[in-house]
Design a protein around this ligand. Structure first.
Ligand code: F6P
Length: 361
C-alpha cells in the first residue's frame, strides 16, 4: 500500500518552537501510522517552496535533536497573502503552482506552520480543495481563536530579560529608557513583558497614547523620588492623533519625520517634555532568536501531536488551538481573516492600571 504523504512547511517570520512543533507532528505521525507507512515531505521556504516545488523527502532521523533548536530546519519566507492571487512579472500563477506541487508530490495533506498571513493562504488552499491543517505560530500571539501561539512565551521571557537588564542601567544613570518590543498590530508581547519586567509605562497599538500623559507619568515618578523610568513601547504603538489616520498616511507622515516606529519620536519628546536624559533600545529580532522555553516546547509538542491526530481523523480545513487550557481546533475559515487584539479592558491591562502602570491614555 502507498505510504501516507504529509507535507510540512513553515511560513512568515520565524520564532522559537517551530522545530519543536515540526518534531511533534512528525513523531505523532510515525507513532499513529507506523514509520514505514508515512512519509514526511519537507517544503523549503514556506509557500515559496510549494510554488516552486522545492521539497525534500524526510526520514525519522531528521526530526531527532531539534526540540531545542531555534529557527526552522525547513527555512521560511514571507510570501504575502495579498499577492497570492496576483500574477506578477514572473508570470507565475502561484495558487495553481502550489496545487501542482501538492499533486506532483502526491501529498495526502499539508501542515502549514505560521501566523495570520499563513492562515489566510492555508484557508485559500483549503478552499481550493487541498487537505490543509494549520498550526498557530507567532511571537505576536495575535491569532484569533487560540489563547496562545507557540513562540509567544519564549519571546515574553526574552523581552522580560531585556527590560530587567535595562532596569539596572536606567537606575545607575537616572535615565528614562524607552524599549521597543516587536508587535506591529497587537500589543500582547509588550503587555506581558512590560508587566513581567516591571515597566512603568506600557504603550500598545490598541490603546493610543497622549505623549503629555506619558510625560506626566514620568514626572510623577520623579516627584515620588524615583530617579528612572522604563517605557515599554510596542513596535506598532501610535498616539491618539495617528490613530485617526489611515495606516498609509500615518506611515508617510512618519517617514517624512524620519521615523518608522514611534519609539525614537517618543524618546525625543519625553526628553524635551521632562528634561530627563532619555535613551531608546530596540532588541528587534533578538526577541525571535534562540531556543524555545520549556513552556513553548510543551505547547509545540502538544500542537504537533494534535495535528497528527487530525490527519488520522481526516479532519482537514482546521487549525490547532488552545482554548481554556485544552488543545482543540478551529475551522480555518473562522480564523483566516481575523486578528486577536488586546482589548482595552483585558484583565492584564486592568491589573497594570490597578498597580499604577500608565498606558498613556
Ligand atoms: O510577526 C512577527 C513579527 O516578529 C512582528 O512582531 C514584527 O513586526 C515582524 O514579525 C518583523 O518582521 P520581519 O522579520 O520580516 O522584519
Amino acid at each position: 500500500m502507498a505510504k501516507l504523504k504529509v507535507g510540512i512547511l513553515t511560513s512568515g517570520g520565524d520564532c522559537p518552537g517551530l522545530n519543536a512543533t515540526i518534531r511533534g507532528a512528525a513523531k505523532g505521525c510515525y507513532n499513529l501510522f507506523g514509520e514505514d507507512k508515512v512519509e514526511i515531505i519537507g517544503i523549503h521556504n514556506g509557500f515559496y517552496g510549494l510554488i516552486h516545488n522545492d521539497c525534500e523527502k524526510m526520514s525519522p532521523i531528521d526530526f531527532a535533536g531539534i526540540l531545542t533548536r531555534g529557527g526552522t530546519i525547513l527555512k521560511t519566507k514571507r510570501t504575502p497573502y495579498k499577492m497570492m492571487q496576483v500574477v506578477e512579472e514572473d508570470n507565475v500563477d502561484k495558487v495553481s503552482e502550489m496545487k501542482k506541487t501538492y499533486k506532483a508530490q502526491k501529498l495526502d495533506c499539508l501542515l502549514t506552520l505560521g501566523g495570520n498571513g499563513t492562515h489566510k493562504t492555508a484557508n485559500l488552499l483549503s478552499e481550493e480543495g487541498l487537505n490543509v491543517i494549520g498550526l498557530p505560530k507567532t511571537i505576536d500571539n495575535d491569532i484569533w481563536g487560540t489563547d496562545v501561539t507557540f513562540g509567544f512565551h519564549t519571546a515574553v521571557d526574552i523581552a522580560t530579560d531585556v527590560i530587567d537588564r535595562i532596569h539596572t542601567t536606567a537606575d545607575s544613570h537616572s535615565r528614562v529608557m524607552v524599549i521597543e518590543i516587536m508587535g506591529n498590530k497587537a500589543g500582547w508581547l509588550t503587555l506581558y513583558s512590560g508587566i513581567a519586567g516591571g515597566a512603568d509605562i506600557v504603550l500598545i497599538p490598541e490603546i493610543p497614547y497622549d505623549i503629555n500623559k506619558v510625560a506626566d507619568a514620568v514626572k510623577k515618578r520623579a516627584e515620588e523620588g524615583k530617579s528612572f523610568s522604563i517605557i515599554a513601547v510596542a513596535e506598532g504603538a501610535m498616539d491618539k492623533e495617528e490613530a485617526e489616520m489611515k495606516k498609509k498616511i500615518r506611515m508617510k507622515a512618519r517617514a517624512e519625520q524620519g521615523y518608522n516606529t514611534a519609539t525614537l519620536r517618543i524618546t525625543k519628546e519625553i526628553e524635551t517634555l521632562t528634561g530627563f536624559e532619555t535613551r531608546a533600545v530596540v532588541p528587534g529580532h533578538m526577541l525571535r532568536g534562540g531556543s524555545p522555553s520549556a513552556y513553548d516546547r510543551v505547547l509545540a509538542t502538544k500542537f504537533g501531536a494534535r495535528a497528527a491526530e487530525l490527519i488520522k481523523q481526516k479532519k482537514f480545513g482546521y487549525t490547532v488551538a488552545k482554548v481554556d487550557g485544552k488543545i482543540t481546533e478551529n475551522k480555518l475559515t473562522d480564523v483566516a481573516m481575523k486578528t486577536k487584539f488586546v482589548l482595552p479592558d483585558d484583565e492584564l491591562v486592568i491589573t497594570g492600571k490597578n498597580i499604577g502602570i500608565s498606558f498613556g491614555d
